[in-house]
Design a protein around this ligand. Structure first.
Ligand code: NAD
Length: 495
């Protein structure tokens, strides 16, 4: 048993990172590659003891990190971002081996985005001037102050991307953090600790607590000394975390699952719509934002289906390390079982296969891109998130029916609308329940824009200044106008 695993030629420490030190637990959990089932590492399995140590280390580091102010933190965070950029190839190789995501995506987009997640918020924090709201007799100076220790809990489908999306703004705002990576893909978050140390991030500012959700995650979420919990993952886990957070009245931000509608009107560019529908299968459909319910205007159904079938057929299924591959494996045998179960139950319940419908012969964890028709609101396959390469297909007659079908689940993460009519796009965008609506596009996530879910897809928004609304304590300082004499209004700075 060793504290370092060698993955794709890269050494990865498998211990926690707490208070600027590597700390091992007596217990470990195994990590396997979804590509070929090879054991990759034995990672320290944190318990309440390590969770407590991590929160304490973060608490001790907090006052000095907060006191640096945004301008003092920015150069260190930029070093962190540069460190990620310098390791794009290594991080990409390890992420792909660990969670089966596409190497081409990691190399070309995802890892650079991880760096941007840090640099963007470091810069934005410097521009978050406290707003001044003029009252009748006072000036209200709005201050964004660091809130304390933030627990950040993330899922396996894009571990480093979703972790830096929280680490970046939380640190830029002046908080210190305990990051709990997903146990099915924990390795790149461990590498982030090394990059942070090299960047000069002071000890205790970023802590990485490894372990299972049920033990390390639950202990962290229940810690009474947290100031914030930001969680991305599934609805059932969010309910558990929410119950813990309620005990200590800790504000939570939840980014959860989706069952997003992909609405296509007959006046749309059907070729573009079909290409984008086929993209919902990329990464084996393990994408929270995927449009998994295709809703198509009846008169366009036949030509669109032919195009979707053709586009999906061009997507190479294979080893995600092969740069040509677009559909790789599901992450874990349990995930494969889950996807199979959903499809089998849907078929038993009357759904029909338009294409796909079963495991893919390429490997044990592969599943065919699948399109099912004949499911309706109230059916499990229409209502619930599969988190695999499985879409449903329904037709509608008019806008009202499209909106009714779109809003027929309790999720509300995203919605895609393809139409050639801008007025219609506006009507549909207003009527669908979703945190993000993409019109004639998909998966464009500008860091400056708000992001989150409606319905059971989440609580709160992150992104741009919304991240600071969450990660900061917003304070109003009401200064009696004129009480300091002319020209002295009580200028405000940020913590
Ligand atoms: P999950 O809820 O099982 O686990 C997510 C994280 O929570 C992991 O780190 C896990 O260890 C931890 N965890 C589990 N039980 C816990 C507990 N009791 N207390 C504290 N932490 C606990 O989710 P998953 O299977 O890893 O990820 C898939 C889900 O994430 C899907 O529903 C997907 O839609 C969602 N997701 C959402 C977004 C988004 O931005 N909205 C992005 C990616 C994934």
């Amino acid at each position: 048993m060793t504290d370092c695993a060698r993955i794709a030629g890269v050494g990865v420490d498998t211990r926690h990172w707490i208070g600027g030190e590597r700390i091992a637990s007596s217990g470990r959990f195994p990590v396997f590659s979804p590509i070929d089932g090879e054991p990759l590492a034995e990672v320290s399995a944190g318990s309440g003891r390590e969770a407590d140590a991590a929160v304490r280390a973060a608490g001790e580091a907090f006052p000095r990190w907060a006191a640096l102010g945004p301008a003092g933190r920015r150069p260190i965070l930029e070093q962190l971002a540069n460190g990620i950029l310098a390791r794009i190839d290594e991080l990409s190789a390890v992420e792909t081996r660990d969670n089966g995501s596409l190497l081409i995506g990691n190399r070309k987009n995802v890892m650079a985005r991880c760096a941007h997640n840090v640099a963007f918020f470091a810069e934005l924090a410097c521009r978050m001037e406290g707003e001044v709201i003029a009252g009748d007799t006072v000036d209200n100076h709005v201050r964004y102050e660091p809130s304390g220790v933030a627990a950040l809990i993330t899922p396996w489908n894009a571990p480093l991307m979703l972790s830096t999306w929280k680490v970046g703004p939380a640190l830029a705002a002046g908080n210190t953090v305990v990051l709990k990576p997903p146990e099915w893909a924990p390795l790149t978050c461990s590498m982030l600790a090394d990059v942070a140390a090299e960047a000069g991030l002071p000890a205790g500012v970023l802590n990485v607590l490894q372990g299972t959700g049920g033990e390390a995650g639950a202990a962290l979420a229940a810690h009474p000394d947290l100031a914030r919990i930001s969680f991305t993952g599934s609805v059932p886990t969010a309910r558990r975390i929410g119950r813990s957070a309620a005990e200590s009245l800790i504000p939570v931000s939840f980014e959860l699952g989706g069952k997003s509608p992909f609405i296509v009107f007959a006046d749309a560019d059907l070729d573009a719509a079909a290409r984008t529908i086929a993209r919902q299968y990329v990464n084996a459909g393990q994408v929270c934002l995927a449009g998994t319910r295709i809703l198509v205007e009846a008169k366009a159904a036949e030509p669109l289906l032919a195009k979707v079938r053709a586009e999906t057929g061009t997507l190479p299924v294979g080893d995600p390390r092969d740069l040509a591959t677009r559909i790789g494996p599901l992450i874990h045998p349990r995930q494969h079982e889950r996807v199979r179960g959903y499809v089998e139950r849907a078929l038993a319940h009357g759904a029909r296969v338009l294409f796909g419908g079963g495991p893919h012969p390429f490997g044990d964890l592969y599943y065919q891109p699948t399109l099912l028709e004949g499911a309706a609101p109230g059916d499990e396959i229409f209502d619930e998130e599969v988190f695999g390469p499985v879409l449903t297909w329904n037709t509608f007659g008019d806008e009202d029916e499209a909106v009714t079908l779109a809003n027929a689940t309790r999720y509300g993460l995203a919605a895609m609308v393809y139409t050639g009519d801008p007025a219609r796009a506006e009507r549909i965008a207003a009527a669908v329940v979703a945190g993000t609506v993409w019109v004639n596009c998909y998966f464009v996530r500008d860091l400056a824009a708000p992001f989150g879910g409606a319905g059971i897809s989440g609580i709160g928004r992150e992104g741009g200044r919304w991240s600071f609304d969450f990660f900061c304590d917003v304070k109003n300082v009401a200064v009696r106008r004129g009480s300091f004499g002319a020209g002295q209004g009580g200028g405000q700075s940020r913590g």
